[in-house]
Design a protein. Structure first.
Length: 557
């Protein structure tokens, strides 16, 4: 780490240059470790070049989009680095998407090549999904013509098998056989640090997916900031379970390679296997991110008997009381929180390791190096005083450059001075620490009273049976809308709707008390985010079917 107060010099490069440098410096060092496969820095660079040659051989040009629909595996990263090396735009496709979303993303991104593979044991059958979405694939030959994906020319099928309509691995390799190392170097040399490196589709929780364009500089500047804030070195082993179609999964991998460290990924997330991997890999940094991931790991029956003494940092977000509970489970580690988003290249702000526990559980920390933030009145755009709730704006070196093929949407979100209007309600204290409050659209209007869903969730977490809770608006003819709580109980716990409502009576304002409580065993997910809009639709549909237009009136005790 640099000495306290020392100047931290800016370093930005392309993703291909970053990987090739580390492969030259540490060819045999473990770069990426999944539960069932691992690769060295040298091996990852070679595999990335294999993808780059094949894509050039297929005629992929600078600026063309190349998607990958893969599980958590080395080839997901190798394909990304290979496409970025030649100036193409890699698009990680959400492995949970179905036909409707696939059609949206492939069409909107104007995708030219898609890389996938036959199903591995227990994994989704991506080719079957593609053929269900585009039944004509098998009759196209290896150069496609699909009405609802008009730019798509090839689907590359990794592995040894063959399938009508797909280009298999041997054919892909043959296409790139004539591409020389000089040609590859020339293509890499034309890529600028401000060019788009990756297109990350986002906002599936609230609307149709849109492709955020993130530059090589954004990723490598973020990586340098994370290295400095966490003091990362080549000895670190950085663990996460975020999928490789999620900004965290990608950005954390790049930050790990930037530090010359080892990226240890839990693979397809199962809490028991994730805990096994965390322990076996002697992870030093656990980038758990969401409580839906970390709480499931902490709640494993044998967690307290595991040797996790190597972990020095845990990153997780959540309400303050939940963060205190989680931090207490690994008291030797420093648990930090953040404020993040795809458009900020994952972390917009992050706690310092020297922050107090109170600062680490009640704030999202200071902006990352190179990033500026403001909190403004969402109606007037006027800057608000410290510790006042308003809309968060940001800009800077790590920020995205707009949405792919969506200039009007970009213009609505990024103003003339370059500030991105997040739609998030936040506060910023006098020292600059940012704290998430809720989405602007996550504010309920109950009989004229503003209700923050996050505040109600924070209170409900205090109930001893409540594990995870999400509060959404339910329609109401009298109040316009009222709170509805969806709750996943802790393992072995029980509770009733009346018990949860009684827990709130006399403790929080009646207009904040959920009028409906529904218990769930799983959640509608987009990557690692819970789709609140689906929960809103679920309770609205239920009330409509039952003919309920007005919630029961409540009084405080």
């Amino acid at each position: 780490m640099a000495a306290e107060g020392a100047r931290r010099f800016i370093s930005a490069t392309t993703l291909a240059d970053l990987l090739d440098r580390r492969a030259t410096e540490h060819p045999d060092r473990e770069a990426v470790v999944f539960p069932d496969e691992a690769v060295s820095y040298g091996g990852l660079a070679e595999r990335a070049d294999w993808f780059a040659r094949g894509l050039v051989g297929l005629g992929v040009r600078h600026g063309d989009t190349v998607g990958f629909l893969l599980g958590e595996e080395v080839d997901a990263l190798a394909c990304l680095f290979g496409a970025a090396k030649i100036g193409a735009l890699p698009v990680p496709v959400n492995a949970r998407f179905k036909g409707f979303e696939l059609t949206q993303v492939l069409g909107q991104s104007r995708m030219r090549v898609l890389v996938t593979r036959p199903p591995l044991p227990g994994a989704p059958d991506f080719p079957a999904l593609l053929e269900q979405t585009w039944p004509g694939i098998a009759g196209c030959g290896t150069e496609l013509r699909l009405d609802t994906a008009p730019h798509l020319r090839h689907i590359v099928l990794l592995g040894e098998g063959e399938r009508p309509g797909y280009l298999n691995s041997a054919g892909f390799e043959s296409a790139g056989a004539a591409v020389t190392p000089r040609e590859l170097d020339d293509r890499a040399g034309l890529v600028r640090v401000r060019d788009t490196a990756v297109v990350m589709y986002t906002s599936g929780t609230t609307a149709s997916p849109k492709g955020a364009m993130l530059s090589h500089e954004a990723f490598t500047r973020f990586a340098g900031g994370l290295r400095d804030r966490f003091g990362l070195t080549g000895d670190d082993r950085i663990w996460t379970a975020l999928p490789l179609f999620h900004i965290g999964g990608i950005a954390f991998a790049i930050a790990t390679l930037n530090a010359g460290a080892t990226y240890t990924h839990a693979g397809f997330f199962r809490p028991d296997r994730a805990l096994d991997h965390l322990e076996a890999q002697r992870a030093t940094v656990a980038l758990a991110a969401f409580e839906t991931i970390w709480l499931a790991v902490l709640d494993q029956p044998d967690f307290d008997r595991r040797d996790l003494s190597s972990i020095r940092i845990v990153m997780a977000v959540g309400v303050a009381e939940r963060l205190r509970q989680m931090a207490a489970r690994l008291p030797r580690a420093t648990q930090v929180s953040c404020f993040g988003g795809t458009e900020a290249c994952s972390f917009l702000s992050l706690n310092e390791l020297t922050d107090t526990l109170e600062q680490r559980v009640t704030t999202g920390g200071l902006p990352m190096p190179g990033m500026q933030t403001r909190v403004v009145d969402p109606e007037t755009g006027v800057d608000l005083p410290p510790d006042t709730e308003g809309e968060l704006l940001f800009r800077g070196s790590n920020a995205f450059d707009g949405y792919l093929h969506a200039p009007e949407l970009t213009a609505r979100c990024i103003d003339a001075d370059g500030w991105f209007h997040t739609g998030d309600v936040a506060t910023q204290d006098r020292d600059g620490r940012v704290t998430f409050v809720s989405r602007l659209k996550d504010m309920l209007k109950v009989g004229g009273e503003n209700v923050s869903a996050a505040e109600v969730e924070s209170y409900l977490i205090g109930h001893p049976a409540v594990g995870i809770v999400q509060v959404v608006a339910a329609p109401d003819s009298y109040y316009v809308e009222v709170p509805a709580a969806f709750i996943q109980l802790k393992p072995g716990a029980t509770a009733t709707e009346d018990e949860i409502i009684d827990f709130c009576r006399g403790q929080i304002a009646t207009f904040r008390i959920p009028r409906y409580v529904r218990f769930v065993d799983d959640w509608p997910m987009s990557g690692t985010k819970i789709k609140k809009f689906e929960l809103r639709e679920r309770i609205a549909d239920e009330l409509r079917r039952r003919g309920i237009t007005e919630a029961p009136r409540l009084t405080s005790r």
